[in-house]
Design a protein around this ligand. Structure first.
Ligand code: ZN
Length: 237
């Protein structure tokens, strides 16, 4: 009977949380075996409005070889755990780091079909070695593509920037402009989103200081707490 009691306790903990009834899609960018399958990830996919992009890319890495895809999955799993504890239903676009893809089109479709209240793609940048810090990317307004989700995505982006900054104490990336919140028209995942969607470039893997943080499990958990806090602020404020 002990397991029944434990199961009931878990259900009770989830019920009544601040995010009960809300759905969050977390998208850990790239995948561990992408580099070994260029034929599959370089396939061109339609991302709306006549624009075509590669199905997926390999992602960045630190100088010592710690891969962005691993970083992204670790952070996504940890953020998912926190958000589920708050009562949310959380869907991940991939669960392992030894696969290929999925294509950016499929990642967007997963969030759209889940009717997510918020979708966050988790990345770590491969920026200039001299530049540090994080930035959040939101979709520009594109008629017929992002006109429906542009405004809530901007709000999600602003709240994410604030919560992430507060929790991680990382600087806003100076090498991209935009004061930590950048609007882009070219990201397939944002062009195809029918739900509020952003990317978080958590830090810069090519910078030595940021790389040390990325390679620390303790700091990765702090990053996950920052992302979870940004989502929670968006869904509860
Ligand atoms: Zn990336």
């Amino acid at each position: 009977m002990a397991w029944l009691v434990a199961a009931a306790a878990v259900a009770a903990a989830a019920a009544g949380g601040p995010l009960e009834g809300r759905t969050v899609v977390l998208d850990p960018g790239h995948n561990g075996a992408n580099g070994a399958h260029p034929d599959r990830i370089n396939r061109q996919v339609h991302v709306g409005g006549g624009m075509y992009k590669a199905c997926n890319t390999t992602g960045a890495a630190t100088a010592s070889g710690y891969a962005e895809s691993r970083f992204n999955l670790f952070v996504a799993r940890e953020a998912a755990r926190i958000l589920r504890r708050d009562g949310a239903r959380v869907v991940l676009t991939r669960r392992t780091d030894h696969g290929v893809g999925p294509c950016i089109t499929r990642r967007a479709r997963i969030a759209n079909r889940a009717e997510a209240d918020a979708a966050v793609s988790i990345h770590a940048d491969g920026g200039p070695p001299g530049g540090r810090g994080f930035h959040v990317i939101r979709p520009t307004r594109i008629e017929g593509l992002t006109d429906d989700i542009h405004a809530p995505s901007r709000r999600l982006g602003r709240l994410m920037r604030g919560a992430y900054e507060e929790r991680t104490r990382l600087p806003r990336a100076s090498y991209v402009g935009g004061d930590g919140l950048v609007a882009r028209a070219d990201l397939g995942g944002l062009r195809l989103a029918d739900v509020p969607a952003i990317f978080v470039e958590a830090l810069n893997l090519r910078n030595a200081v940021d790389a040390r943080r990325a390679e620390s499990p303790r700091f990765r958990r702090r990053i996950a707490r920052g992302i979870a806090a940004g989502v929670r602020d968006f869904l509860t404020r």
